[in-house]
Design a protein around this ligand. Structure first.
Ligand code: SF4
Length: 309
């Protein structure tokens, strides 16, 4: 099986362009969408102290916008100290595993969807792929986590988990297709491991799982033969590759904070470290910052900001 080179993308990036001279969008990982009051307070305090635009995402996490590149290490230090890590806001990687509250808090729930989502998100965090990966786990067929709109989605049944593969939103929305029914948790995880690794190794760059699945000759039936029946004799290799990923995961924020060389890159001007970029400006709207539209007078900016009327 021909494998593709690994996809490398930054852990965060600009909200407008991929360079270091624009305000940056990033978010901490909140596995399964869970967040403790203490972590929520830490995020809020950072957002307040650095005057960041804050928004809840569709993937059940908290996006923060508007930091300058030289501010990121200080921000990450505070969040890492509060027990958080990079959420790969813009990476071609696993983004989130969305979940509903499941049987723990919902009378309709038949399984603990939140615990499964947390486990899956921690297992696949940091996994680089041809495109972003999203997942969901619903605690019953009412589907509050919209699992069938995800690259891999799981819906609880009375006796286990139904697994759906190849869904996405975006330009061409597509519901995921049913891959297997009433799986126990170990078998479910094994099938997802193999699905992800097979996709990562055979899809084109920037090809999401839905078009990849459509391009597979034999479609879902063929995928079942590869993943369940080991038709290609590669399942052991796929399993080992996922184990290597799980065993080698390291938080990228922490990696930067512990590496003086990497930290030196977090500057707007290499010849003036710590100097804020005066071209980054904001206006306020609904009590938060946002980038100004052309012709709008910026209200917030660096020390050499020239205010235009
Ligand atoms: S999907 Fe089912 S278990 Fe989950 S919140 Fe909705 S109704 Fe409740």
């Amino acid at each position: 099986m021909a494998s593709r080179p690994p996809c490398r993308t930054p852990t965060t990036t600009s909200s407008r362009t991929c360079n270091a001279t624009a305000p940056i969008r990033w978010c901490p990982r909140l596995p399964g969408g869970e967040v403790t009051p203490d972590k929520l307070l830490a995020i809020a305090q950072v957002a307040k102290d650095f005057n960041l635009y804050t928004k809840i995402t569709g993937g059940q996490r908290i996006d923060l916008f508007g930091a300058r590149v030289e501010q990121l290490p200080a921000i990450w230090r505070r969040l890492v100290d509060a027990g958080m890590e990079s959420g790969h806001a813009y990476g071609k990687a696993l983004r989130t595993v969305k979940s509903c509250v499941g049987q723990t808090w919902c009378r309709f729930g038949v399984q603990d969807s939140t615990s499964l989502a947390v486990m899956l998100e921690l297992r696949y965090r940091g996994l680089r792929s041809p495109h972003k990966l999203k997942a969901g786990v619903s605690g019953c067929a009412r589907e509050c986590a919209e699992a069938r709109g995800k690259d891999f989605g799981i819906i609880a049944t009375e006796t286990g988990w139904n697994l759906y593969l190849g869904g996405n939103g975006g330009f061409t929305p597509r519901h995921a297709e049913l891959f297997a029914t009433d799986l126990d948790t170990d078998t479910l995880v094994t099938f997802i491991d193999r699905f992800l690794m097979f996709y990562i190794r055979t899809a084109d760059r920037l090809q999401r799982t839905a078009p990849w699945l459509e391009s597979l000759e034999g479609g879902m039936g063929y995928l079942r033969e590869v993943i369940v029946d080991d038709r290609l004799g590669i399942c052991a290799e796929l399993d080992a590759a996922m184990q290597r990923h799980v065993g080698s995961y390291r938080d990228e924020w922490r990696s930067v904070l512990e590496d003086p060389e990497k930290l030196r890159r977090f500057t707007s001007f290499v010849n003036a470290p710590g100097t804020p970029d005066p071209s980054i400006t904001f206006v306020t709207e609904r009590d938060q910052i946002r980038p100004p539209q052309p012709g709008e007078a910026p209200l917030i900016g660096g020390p050499r900001l020239k205010v235009v009327s």
